[in-house]
Design a protein. Structure first.
Length: 296
């Protein structure tokens, strides 16, 4: 009888392990849809290149005059699995005639997106229409699809030069703004926070041309995403901007998602989940194997 009981227990353990492995693969292989919002000239394409290694699809003059969003699927895997869908979404506020069309486009797209990166030019101050679009369409769905506002081109925030000395207000050696310019950048963040009624947690400053805060932008993206979607964005990030902080956040998301999926049965299966998690870490040679051991 004991022998049969042991066989049954081992069979159940094997089945649980297979289910956990399958769920983890689903989470790790998810293909996220990312809407990149913003008016022409804010640097959407260059930001996507800095984050994911690809420009947004070039839009023809004809296509630019339609209400169609431009989609592009990219993948870091040679076999094309996983991947990410980047969707270039026209920004409201450029022309009154187009705003109604773009509002309808936002309503259609919003339920299909996992993340919105809304790029704002650092010297832009016209938020009224964008604020309306955010509050009416995107904010109600922010739990499923968070919105990160990226203030780009912050190196152009005044003052740029001390005209008395000709010295720039950007620290070239440290690649960051000096005190006076940084104070004005912080004012910009506060201004956007008030305009859209959002926490500064969802606002990130950057300068793509100076490669400033690109890593921090990706860290912020992974931070604000739901657990089950963190890994897919980390997976598709450019290799040269990935770091251990992102990796741990992404891996945490995978296994927290598995835990949520297991639900009330967690206490009885957590040892199997730990076994699978450590095997995954070993198989891909992750530096965070030690973290896995502590986590489980």
């Amino acid at each position: 009888m004991q022998h049969n009981h042991d066989l049954k227990s081992e069979t159940n353990r094997k089945k649980i392990k297979e289910l956990v492995e399958k769920k983890a693969r689903e989470i790790r292989g998810y293909t996220p849809r990312v809407g990149v919002f913003g008016v022409t000239g804010v640097g959407k394409s260059s930001l996507c290149n800095a984050l994911f290694g690809k420009d947004l699809a070039k839009v023809s003059d004809v296509a630019a005059c339609t209400r169609e969003a431009q989609e592009m699927t990219i993948s870091s895997n040679e076999n094309g699995s996983g991947g990410i869908v980047l969707i270039d979404v026209p920004g409201v506020g450029e022309t009154i005639d187009r705003d109604k069309e773009y509002f309808e486009l936002y309503k259609e797209l919003s339920p299909t997106l996992d993340l919105v990166i809304w790029v704002i030019k650092a010297d832009d101050r016209a938020y009224a229409v964008a604020e309306k679009a955010y509050k009416e369409i995107l904010e109600p769905n922010k739990e499923n699809c968070p919105v990160l506002f990226v203030v780009n081109q912050v190196d152009n925030v005044a003052p740029i030069f001390d005209y008395a000395t000709g010295i720039p207000f950007w620290d070239m050696q440290e690649n960051k703004p000096l005190a006076e310019q940084e104070a004005n950048i912080n004012k910009k963040v506060t201004e956007i926070s008030h305009a859209f009624d959002i926490s500064t947690r969802y606002i990130q400053t950057a300068s793509v041309t100076r490669k400033f805060n690109i890593v921090e932008t990706m860290e912020k993206i992974i931070e604000i995403l739901p657990n089950e979607k963190k890994y897919s964005l980390f997976r598709e990030a450019k290799e040269d901007i990935k770091n251990e902080k992102m990796e741990i956040e992404a891996e945490t998301g995978v296994w927290e998602s598995v835990k949520e999926w297991v639900g009330d049965a967690w206490e009885s299966v957590k040892e199997v989940v730990a076994e699978v998690a450590v095997e995954v870490a070993k198989s891909v040679g992750k530096k965070i194997l030690g973290w896995f051991s502590k986590k489980f």
